[in-house]
Design a protein around this ligand. Structure first.
Ligand SMILES: Cc1ncc(COP(=O)(O)O)c(C=O)c1O
Length: 372
């Protein structure tokens, strides 16, 4: 036998307090280790139905077309655009951070005529911001980010769908960093398409992109004049795989669906309200501790996101060196700033299984020790 040149896999059990992935719940890890069945096996088909039901509960929606897209959050983001956009369609995008920019980039690649409503990083939009832009020119689709992971701002959703619908558009919402940790009420808010990822407040590994599509948006999908420009994400085909027909489209990532089912079961077990409350309480404890140390949050309290906190790096401190020490000396991961916040801010995630009192206490005492 040849000598094994590679060592056994030996990853550290990190405490993941960055912008995602969050620490995976042990029950989710165990679910992933279950034996594989075929993707058209009756057992897997039953599991697909349960995953869809559980996703509806967590999205707070009755939408029939509610599925986990095979791929990360960017895949569900892309599915939310490519299925509803045809070349030349006017699309309006709220840009107040890194992921709004990504939405513009993606929509442009599908031939949309992209217009932007802009706010400074860390700020949020008012319904009037969209009203003003839509009065100038209507849009087939309006997209915005509910929880901007680059800035730590939480977008209030009240009144936005009313404006978008009055002007004849569909509302698309990115809830990658909020689903399962901060209230996401798709039907009550009138959101037509909402997408997320598994590795944030659901505490699953990255790999699936939960997506929900309203009946109105589904009509737009089926009324297209052109084929969806992305074969893999074409919901007219994917919905047949997840729907009653079970027509083969691609092979669903079986173990990831085991994982998501368990993660969603955990959300339902805890209860949505209790879960939001836990995320909020732990975030408030973090904010109080940071402020006690003289660290200034980047976003005002009113629009601060409980699942992801941004804080300015104090003058004269090497932000990357502190992160490195947190990792090597405390086994804790946090992240640096992205885009406009690069080198200037830290990003601290308290998501899903990572949102725990003991993690907050550990991070605060580690930061205290390192910042002196
Ligand atoms: C707000 C937001 N949207 C989209 C994405 C893209 O998700 P993924 O990295 O899973 O592809 C992320 C990832 O961090 C995100 O935070």
């Amino acid at each position: 036998m040849m000598e094994q040149p590679y060592a056994d896999l030996d990853t550290s059990a990190r405490i993941l307090l960055g912008p995602g992935p969050s620490t995976v719940h042990p029950r989710v890890l165990r679910a992933m280790a279950h034996p594989l069945v075929g993707h058209l096996d009756p057992q897997f088909i039953a599991l697909m139905n349960e995953v869809q039901e559980l996703l509806r509960t967590v999205f707070q929606t009755e939408n029939a077309l509610t599925i986990p897209v095979s791929g990360t959050g960017s895949a569900s983001m892309e599915a939310s655009l490519c299925n509803f956009v045809e070349p030349g369609d006017p699309v309006l995008i709220g840009v107040n951070g890194y992921f709004g920019e990504r939405l513009c980039d993606m929509a442009g690649r599908y031939g949309a005529e992209v217009r932007r409503v802009e706010r400074d990083w860390g700020e949020v939009f008012s319904p009037e911001d969209f009203e003003t832009a839509l009065v100038q020119k209507p849009a087939k689709l309006v997209a915005l980010v509910h929880a901007e992971t680059s800035t730590g701002a939480l977008q209030p959703m009240a009144g936005i769908a009313e404006v978008v619908h009055r002007h004849g558009g569909l509302l698309v919402m990115d809830c990658v960093t909020s689903l399962g940790g901060v209230e996401v009420a798709v039907d009550a808010w009138g959101v037509d398409v909402a997408y997320s990822g598994t590795q944030k407040c659901l505490s699953c590994p990255p790999g699936l992109g939960p997506l929900t599509v309203s009946p109105r948006a589904r009509e737009v999908l089926h009324g297209r004049g052109t084929k969806v420009a992305n074969w893999y994400l074409d919901l007219t085909m994917v919905e047949k795989y997840w729907g009653g027909e079970r027509t083969y489209h691609h092979t669903a990532p079986i173990s990831m669906n085991y994982a998501l089912r368990e993660a969603l079961r955990l959300v339902v077990e805890e209860g949505l309200e209790a879960r939001f409350q836990r995320h909020r309480a732990n975030a408030e404890m973090l904010w109080a501790g940071l402020e006690e140390m003289g660290l200034e949050p980047c976003v005002g309290l009113e629009h601060r996101l409980p699942s992801l906190t941004t804080v300015w790096v104090p003058e004269g401190v090497n932000e990357a060196a502190i992160r490195q020490q947190l990792l090597s000396e405390y086994n804790v991961e946090i992240a640096g700033g992205l885009g406009a916040y690069k080198g200037r801010a830290w990003r601290i995630g308290l998501m899903g299984y990572s949102s725990r009192r003991e993690n907050v206490l550990l991070l605060l005492s580690a930061l205290k020790a390192l910042l002196g």
